[in-house]
Design a protein around this ligand. Structure first.
Ligand SMILES: Nc1ncnc2c1ncn2[C@@H]1O[C@H](COP(=O)(O)OP(=O)(O)OP(=O)(O)O)[C@@H](O)[C@H]1O
Ligand SMILES: [Mg+2]
Length: 357
């Protein structure tokens, strides 16, 4: 019998060389968080392989893609006239179908290290309140980007799973995902949405509010990247222990030349107040509609915040101040949704329960 003659080194060669490609066959599946500001891709067995701005730079004269992701974002407000930077996802939903498809193809290929013959199973997280047509737009983009199978799940549910909440058990979990385009507030119990609400006010809205405030008060025009930097540097939702200031540079509306001014945290808090109040009100509305048993759970467990917007200083304190409930921010709020979505790549039972298409 030939089998009996197999030498030990052959056995080693079989396990190392042949089994590795076999294993990689099963690790092509991807989880995608297609956010308004950032897109993340998680490859099964390899972790987060793409974490880049949702942006594509196009040459308008030829229609060719010049850059995608980080490189494209750096061109915002700085590229020559023929280059246009498109942000294809607006307020959580696809606004530019073709550009999204090109961006997804690029990211999917990047995730697969540019191997072209891979047709992965893809799970994509979307906001709770999108229409059937908007859902189709996401699914079609992924199919055209060569996905073999596409499943859609809700971002707020993924944020809760990613933040480690016990979503499958009976009991209320309240999660608020504050992204760039939308704030999703969701009450989850037994892997289902008891109630959810999505408002189109989040990080981008805050940046616009800062731009408008500086323009009105100091007659100074600033770009969106500068506004975002100010928000991250000194923005807050509730008074800080120590006041902080920052220098702002832009173009004077009166003299038309580069100029600067100094702003402090109190001013930026005032600028952000409307956005923050909209977010707090969305939470209040959900609390008012929560069935009493689940209300009791929430008063014990509190509210969990996720998404980049939850990094705004003292937002947790402001929500506690207005609702009387304990609030905590997820460990890494920028990756909660993608890590939650990634868990479904290995958990078919949970995927079947939470899938929305
Ligand atoms: N330290 C910080 N303070 C305040 N805001 C922050 C901070 N860091 C990031 N952000 C904001 O978080 C937002 C991006 O968050 P995130 O990546 O969760 O959004 P997204 O998933 O792309 O959007 P959406 O879920 O709405 O489609 C941006 O508006 C960014 O300015
Ligand atoms: Mg998001």
């Amino acid at each position: 019998m030939r089998v009996g003659f197999m030498r030990p080194e052959w056995t080693t060669r079989i396990s190392l060389e042949n089994l590795r490609p076999l294993a990689s066959l099963f690790s092509e599946d991807l989880a995608i968080d297609l956010g308004t500001v950032n897109t993340r891709v998680y490859a099964r067995g390899r972790g987060i392989v793409v974490n880049e701005p949702t942006a594509v730079a196009l040459d308008e004269s030829t229609g060719q893609v010049q850059a995608v992701g980080k490189e494209a974002k750096e061109m915002v407000g700085r590229a020559p006239g023929r280059i246009k930077v498109v942000k294809p996802v607006r307020d959580g939903v696809i606004a530019d179908f073709k550009v999204t498809e090109r961006m997804l193809s690029y990211f999917i290929q990047k995730a697969h290290q540019r191997r072209t013959l891979v047709h992965p199973r893809v799970i994509i997280s979307v906001p709770s309140e999108i229409t059937q047509v908007e859902r189709r737009a996401v699914t079609d983009s992924a199919y055209r980007a060569k996905a073999a199978e596409v499943h859609l799940v809700e971002q707020a549910m993924m944020a809760a799973i990613g933040a480690g909440l016990p979503v499958s058990r009976p009991g209320g979990n309240l999660v608020v995902d504050i992204g760039g385009g939308t704030t999703d507030v969701a009450l989850i119990s037994m892997s289902g949405m008891v109630y959810s609400r999505s408002v189109r006010t989040a990080g981008n809205h805050m940046d616009e509010a800062i731009m408008n405030y500086i323009k009105r008060k100091y007659n100074l025009l600033i770009g969106e990247r500068t506004a975002e930097q100010i928000k991250i540097e000194i923005g807050s939702a509730f008074p800080l222990e120590k006041p902080v200031t920052t220098e702002v540079k832009g173009r004077s509306l009166i003299e038309g030349i580069p100029k600067g001014c100094t702003v402090d945290d109190r001013e930026i808090r005032e600028a952000l107040n409307e956005s923050v109040s909209t977010i707090v009100n969305a939470i209040r509305v959900l609390l008012e509609r929560t069935p009493p048993e689940l209300s009791a759970d929430i008063s014990d467990r509190g509210i969990v915040l996720a998404g980049g917007g939850s990094l705004l200083r003292n937002l947790d304190k402001r929500i506690t101040d207005e609702t009387g409930l304990p609030v905590c921010v997820a460990d890494d709020p920028l990756t909660s949704v993608i890590l939650g979505t990634a868990k479904l790549l290995d958990d078919f039972t949970l995927l079947r329960r939470v899938v929305v298409d």
